[in-house]
Every structure is written in structure tokens, then in C-alpha cells.
Design a protein around this ligand. Structure first.
Ligand code: L34
Length: 295
């Protein structure tokens, strides 16, 4: 079997079109313009690319967008004061502080400080808890994007054996939680593998749907999967530079090997990445609607 390529780029485009229409309608009918602020502390090159994409896409869709770049040496109290001001700004419905933060800053304190109603990342403990009990206001962007990729590609999730590799708070834990909820587009049997797992292959070979967020290239190879598996590759690893200085990216999965056995697979780039950006737009629209009593 050679796999169908699940294009995150195309599915993201489809959702963006739906959002563009909804945003135009909110403007016309309710004079409501969703507002998003992205905050980047320091100048990490990958973070700059991602935040740049977020700002560009939000503007394209008709979202009011502000980008705040702070110097690497920003003090904790300065960042907290900024968040406090943004929490109170009625134009701003969504606040995103790009991670990772420079090491001297307390990430947890920052995530706690964002008003949960404006937490379009879904990282505040209130939103994490709401997701866990099946009452989410916001689904975190990357996991929500993964679920949309599966649903919109017609992959049967209900009853499937889903195996997640990686247990981060931003991908592994929330995607496991989303897919085990008793709802359409979920209701799967979910296994989570991590660095403490004794035999990862034992689990990955059983997967109908394999979601890999391990954070290193070739974490999953062809010998680790069964024929017909659907593979979602969340990794974005810089594995080199082109002669003209462009980043060369690879996922966490040995794409060339695994695509010969899988029934469907996401590429890197052009898979999960564009979906992360798009679901942030979705959450920003949702935040505006919630604030206006329209959701
Ligand atoms: N607060 N921090 C916060 N929220 C997030 O949702 C993120 N994440 C992760 C890192 N830190 C965060 C992102 O935005 C990862 N991430 C992200 C977003 C977009 C892309 C990758 C990761 C993306 O667009 N990837 C492109 C390639 C872009 C490139 O050239 O590097 C792709 O096609 O995969």
C-alpha cells in the first residue's frame, strides 16, 4: 500500500474559508471584530516563523491583530503587567504568549495570569480541566487541528485504537483527552507512550491511528507500524539548511519508509503546522462570540 497524503495545507484552507465568512458575518450583523494579540519574548527563529504566520493569517481573515515583540531580557513583572493590561482590553478577545519562553521567565505563572476567557491556546488550568471533564470552551490548537485533519479526511475515529507517542501538555496529553471523550469525532481507545514506556513498538504496531509528537526525527520507523495505519506526524525538526539558508524540516516519522505501509499520512511541512495556526483563528472567533454572548 502507498499512503494517501493528508494535506494540512488544503484542509486548513477549507476551514479558513469558513472562518472568513463567519468573521464577515459577525462584522456585518453584530459589529463584532474578533481581536487577537500575539506576544513573542526573544527572537527564537522558529518562534518568529510561527508567530509571523499567526499574525499574517489573522489579518487575512479579518481579525484585528496585534503583535508584541519583547526583548529576550524582559522581566517577569513586565510580562505580567502586559498580560494584565491585555486582560482588560475589550478589543482583545484572545491572548497568545508564544512558547517556549526564555529560561529566566516562569511559564506556569504566565499561563495562569491569562484570563481563561481570553486563553485561545487552551493552556490555562481552568481550560485544561474543562477539557478533561468534557466541557471545553477552547480546545488547544494543535490537538484540535489533528482531530479536524482526521475528521475531514474521513478517518473512522470512533472505536479506533489510537496510539499517541509523547505526553507533552501542548500535544500528547490534550490529544489523548480529546479523542477519548464520548462524542462524535472521538470515542476512541487511547494509549499514550512516553520515555517511560517499556516497549513502544508493542503499542505502535497495534495502532489504527498513530499520532507522533516525540520531538525527534525517525522516532517512528516502518517496522513499528501495521499495514493500513493512519499516521499524524506532529514533529517539526530542523534537520539542516539549504545553501541559501532556508530551514530544512523533517517530522518525527520516517516518512519515506512509513508511507509504504500506511493508508494515510501527514507530511512535514504542510501537515499539522498549518492546522495549528488555523485552529487559533477558530478559537479567536469563538472567544469573540463568547465575550459577546453569541456562542
Ligand atoms: N503558546 N506556543 C503557544 N501556542 C502554540 O500553539 C505553540 N505552537 C508550538 C510552539 N509554541 C507554541 C505552535 O504554534 C508549535 N507551533 C507551530 C505552529 C506552526 C507551525 C509549526 C509549529 C507551522 O506552521 N509549521 C509549518 C512549517 C513552518 C516552518 O517553515 O518552520 C508546517 O508546514 O509544518
Amino acid at each position: 500500500m502507498t499512503a494517501k497524503i493528508i494535506s494540512g495545507k488544503e484542509i486548513a484552507q477549507q476551514i479558513r474559508e469558513e472562518l472568513r465568512q463567519e468573521i464577515a458575518e459577525l462584522k456585518a450583523k453584530h459589529k463584532l471584530v474578533p481581536g487577537l494579540v500575539t506576544v513573542l519574548v526573544g527572537a527564537d527563529p522558529a518562534s518568529q516563523v510561527y508567530v509571523g504566520q499567526k499574525e499574517k493569517t489573522s489579518t487575512e481573515l479579518g481579525i484585528y491583530s496585534e503583535r508584541i515583540d519583547l526583548p529576550e531580557k524582559t522581566a517577569q513583572n513586565e510580562l505580567m503587567a502586559l498580560i494584565d493590561r491585555l486582560n482588560k482590553d475589550p478589543k482583545i478577545h484572545g491572548i497568545l504568549v508564544q512558547l517556549p519562553l526564555p529560561k529566566h521567565l516562569d511559564e506556569t505563572a504566565v499561563l495562569y495570569a491569562i484570563n481563561p476567557k481570553k486563553d485561545v491556546d487552551g493552556f490555562h488550568p481552568v481550560n485544561v480541566g474543562k477539557l478533561m471533564i468534557g466541557e471545553p470552551d477552547y480546545l488547544p490548537c494543535t490537538p484540535h487541528g489533528i482531530q479536524q485533519l482526521l475528521v475531514r479526511s474521513g478517518v473512522q475515529i470512533e472505536g479506533a485504537e489510537v496510539v499517541v507517542v509523547g505526553r507533552s501538555n501542548i500535544v500528547g496529553k490534550p490529544i489523548a483527552n480529546i479523542l477519548l471523550q464520548k462524542r462524535p469525532g472521538a470515542n476512541a481507545t487511547v494509549t499514550v507512550c512516553h520515555t517511560g514506556t517499556r516497549d513502544i513498538s508493542f503499542h505502535t504496531r497495534r495502532a489504527d491511528i498513530l499520532i507522533v509528537a516525540a520531538g525527534r526525527p525517525n522516532a517512528v520507523t516502518a517496522d513499528m507500524v501495521k499495514e493500513g495505519v493512519v499516521v499524524i506526524d506532529v514533529g517539526v525538526n530542523e534537520v539542516g539548511k539549504t545553501p541559501d539558508g532556508k530551514r530544512i524540516l523533517a517530522g518525527d516519522v520516517d516518512f519515506e519508509g512509513v508511507k509504504e505501509k500506511a493508508s494515510a499520512i501527514t507530511p512535514v511541512p504542510g501537515g499539522v503546522g498549518p492546522m495549528t495556526i488555523t485552529m487559533l483563528m477558530y478559537n479567536t472567533v469563538r472567544a469573540a462570540k463568547l465575550a459577546a454572548g453569541l456562542a
